[in-house]
Design a protein around this ligand. Structure first.
Ligand code: GLN
Length: 195
């Protein structure tokens, strides 16, 4: 299974390490050509406006939209969630605009730009998931096909919709591989032969 990590800006190597530990073939993705060869792609945290501009400049935005239509699975974390969202509060358009939610950027306010919390994420099993939030967004107005995977103080912070997974927190920073393992299972479930 080939799972890339978009490496235009933001944190990349921690994702690659975790994916490799879990047995996936993983590498940095910087071109539209690479996107076409993938089963899954992680859109990492960083600065969503910068990543969106670079994706458009390199033709990667269209490549991802086309690959998604052909079966690619996507996992957006933090800024990556914002890139996936169909709607971004305060903006006219989304970037990839695939996930039927509204993303609220920096949704947890200035006073708590960064924090950690133990989340209950039932699809990952009983033990709580230690989640790291860094100037994190949250999700509003999920469409009917969007499954809510986790909330933090009422706010939606992890969702899934078909081949799209998104979390407001950084799953690569707490040493718990369960979100990445869940993403790999999502990909495997869509393939004729599992990993
Ligand atoms: N606040 C950032 C943005 O809007 C996201 C922060 C992150 O990815 N850690 O792009």
């Amino acid at each position: 299974m080939r799972v890339g990590v978009l490496a235009l800006q933001g944190d990349v190597s921690e994702h690659i390490d975790l994916l490799r530990q879990l047995g996936a073939e993983s590498f940095e993705v910087r071109s539209a050509q690479q996107v076409a060869t993938l089963d899954g792609l992680i859109l990492p945290g960083g600065e969503s406006t910068t990543i969106a501009q670079l994706m458009r400049y390199y033709g990667i935005e269209t490549a991802i939209q086309e690959a998604y239509a052909r079966g690619l699975a996507l996992y957006g974390t933090c800024a990556g969630l914002i890139l996936l969202a169909k709607r971004i509060e305060g903006r006219k358009d989304g970037s990839l605009a695939l996930l039927d939610v509204t993303a609220v950027r920096n949704g947890f306010g200035r006073q708590i730009n960064s924090f950690e919390a133990d989340l209950s994420i039932p699809v990952l099993g009983e033990p709580p998931f230690r989640a790291v939030f860094i100037r994190a967004p949250y999700v509003r107005d999920p469409g009917p096909d969007v499954e809510i995977l986790a909330r933090y103080e009422e706010r939606i912070v992890a969702v899934r919709s078909d081949r799209l997974l998104a979390s407001a927190f950084h799953p690569e920073l707490s040493g718990d591989p369960r979100m990445h393992a869940y993403f790999l299972q999502m990909i495997a479930a869509k393939q004729p032969t599992a990993v």
